[in-house]
Design a protein around this ligand. Structure first.
Ligand code: TEU
Ligand code: CA
Length: 557
């Protein structure tokens, strides 16, 4: 694997709408992010991924872009964005934007022109089919529920495709002109000094054509998109072209939202000359999800299930490239509420989970609030829910025969609002997020869990993450933490997650994922305890005595 400038960095995802509101309108914004740059620097992160801030009707919270060259006024101005890039640079930090080009907004000029003249130039920017209402061109189901087909406004005999919401029409990547427009926009942003992009929903850009039905997997007669996407070969031609024309000449850092890649494709995606620099590991986020819907999906992973997922990915990736590791993002439950069983949830396990994930080989991505251990929120009625995905999950649960309360409880764990509640800065009004009315209700636990308090407490979750990040930058251990091989250790021992990192030095990561203490045989003599979530690890010769939920990183000989 060739070394790259970003390998030793730590990344952090910001969900701008919920990060910090500078002007009291209840919506987080770019000046808000700017005012928190020093906080992020203190934590130690280097790369900041901003979820979309482009002009958008916010039908899917900015993942529906109506102008790729404009900042939505709710988030700020182009000048604010330029200032943020410049101020980040001064602090040796890099800004990533979200590249959302599988689809645009139905309010984008291209789609408006397509509506005016579906047979003209812009009609071919989208997938538009001649078909009467009630007759579907094919039976694909959208990710947010219902058919991917929707009547084209003003044309009762035509329908357009949207694999997400109907306000997110899919762009036709088979059309060379669409691809050139996308590349032009990417280069325009990179020329402004952007560090790179997180690339949204990218596996959807290649459709299996000609259109045809796939076997239906629910009572609605529709088929989920998985089979079609697995059939649609040739995405590499688009991605290779995009990389050559944009990312590679700029040495941009890119991280793809890639699902279901085959083993033999890993090299093409993130190998030395891959389409992207990195991609996220979704092995554990997809674990236990049911084809029937969220209501039938598994709500927590046991330590054994979590362990199996992380090692599966580590083995698949090996030295081919650098995967990006997460415990959560803006689409997922809070990691601490998903990968820790409710009876085990406490500061010690939050640190343990964070530590296990962070020390894996790969680029660690933190999500805002993770550094203080933010948890899933509480919801008492569907009316309180903003997330369009959760609203659909709820409808699917009702259709499956669940009662209203039962349906709510069955899907709320997966609500995307869990990760989108405003950042908890202090224990004051609205957790210090806004002086106005927050766009989404805060998690009521902000009185206990907030940044101000954790900055004061030396053993807080915040300071634990700060130590992990500092270890990744420590000149003595950096090479091993960044490049060292990840070798599972005592893999079959239940509720123990342990692995070695073997580089110039050897590190041993031990996580006792149970409340009972245990003894662990060590592979060598311990030189130093580098990280300890409980302080006071007992090492006697070649044995470590771990307390319940203890997590340690040991330098071993
Ligand atoms: O998500 C893409 C995606 O494929 C889904 O699996 C995602 O988990 C979805 O939220 C299901 O609940 C990306 C973005 O991360 C997401 O926020 C957007 O809604 C989506 O693309 C459309 O742009
Ligand atoms: Ca604001």
């Amino acid at each position: 694997m060739k070394k790259q400038w970003w390998h030793d960095k730590t990344a952090y995802q910001i969900y701008p709408k919920s990060f910090f509101d500078s002007n009291g309108d209840g919506i987080g914004d770019l000046p808000g992010i700017l005012s928190k740059l020093d906080y992020l620097k203190e934590l130690g992160v280097d790369i900041l991924w901003l979820s979309p801030i482009y002009q958008s009707p916010l039908a899917d919270q900015g993942y529906d872009i109506s102008d790729y060259y404009a900042i939505d006024p709710r988030f700020g101005t182009m000048e604010d964005m330029e200032t943020l890039i410049a101020e980040a640079k001064k602090r040796d930090m890099y800004i990533l934007m979200d590249l959302v080009v599988n689809h645009c907004s139905d309010e984008h000029e291209w789609f408006q022109k397509a509506i005016q003249d579906p047979d003209g130039e812009y009609g071919n920017f989208f997938y538009i089919e001649d078909r009467k209402e009630g007759e579907l061109p094919c039976n694909w189901r959208s990710y947010f529920g219902g058919s991917v087909w929707e009547p084209l406004p003003g044309h009762p005999d035509k329908q357009y495709m949207h694999v997400f919401h109907k306000k997110q029409p899919d762009l036709n990547w088979e059309n060379e002109q669409v691809r050139q427009e996308v590349y032009k926009n990417i280069n325009w942003w990179l020329d402004k000094g952007l560090g790179g992009f997180r690339i949204d929903a990218i596996i959807n850009i290649k459709k299996k054509l000609p259109l045809r039905d796939y076997p239906s997997d629910r009572a609605d007669g529709l088929s989920s998109l998985g089979d079609m996407l697995a059939d649609a070969t040739g995405i590499g031609e688009f991605l290779g072209e995009m990389a050559r024309e944009t990312f590679h000449p700029h040495e941009a850092f890119t991280v793809g939202e890639v699902f279901n890649e085959k083993d033999e494709e890993i090299k093409d995606f993130i190998g030395d000359d891959g389409y992207f620099s990195s991609m996220f590991d979704f092995c554990e986020t997809s674990f236990g999800k049911s084809a029937k819907g969220a209501y039938a999906s598994q709500q927590h992973l046991t330590p054994e299930e979590y362990k199996a997922c992380i090692f599966k990915t580590q083995k698949r990736i090996g030295d081919i490239g650098m995967i990006s590791n997460i415990i959560e993002n803006h689409d997922e439950p809070r990691g601490v509420s998903h990968y820790i069983l409710p009876e085990d949830l406490c500061d010690a396990t939050k640190k343990l989970l964070g530590g296990v994930n962070f020390m894996l080989r790969g680029l660690p991505f933190l999500y805002q609030g993770q550094e203080i251990g933010m948890e899933n929120t509480t919801v008492s009625s569907i009316e309180e829910v903003d997330d369009i995905s959760m609203r659909n999950d709820y409808a699917v649960a009702l259709e499956a025969g669940l009662g209203e309360e039962e349906a709510l409880q069955a899907v709320v764990h997966f609500s995307r609002d869990n990760a989108r509640t405003p950042m908890q800065w202090n224990d004051g009004e609205n957790a210090g997020f806004t002086t106005g009315k927050p766009w989404l209700a805060l998690n009521p636990n902000y009185k206990e869990i907030n940044v101000e308090r954790q900055l004061q407490e030396p053993d807080s979750v915040f300071h634990f993450y700060q130590k992990l990040i500092a270890l990744r930058k420590n000149p003595e251990y950096k090479e091993t933490v960044v490049y060292g091989e990840c070798v599972p250790y005592l893999e079959e021992v239940e509720n123990l997650i342990a692995y070695l990192r073997k580089g110039e030095k050897t590190l041993l990561v031990l996580a006792n994922f149970q409340k009972e203490p245990r003894k662990v045989e060590l592979p060598g003599e311990v030189k130093e305890v580098l990280i300890d979530n409980l302080d006071g690890a007992v090492i006697e010769g070649k044995t470590a005595e771990l307390k319940g939920y203890q997590f340690v990183v040991l330098a071993v000989r």
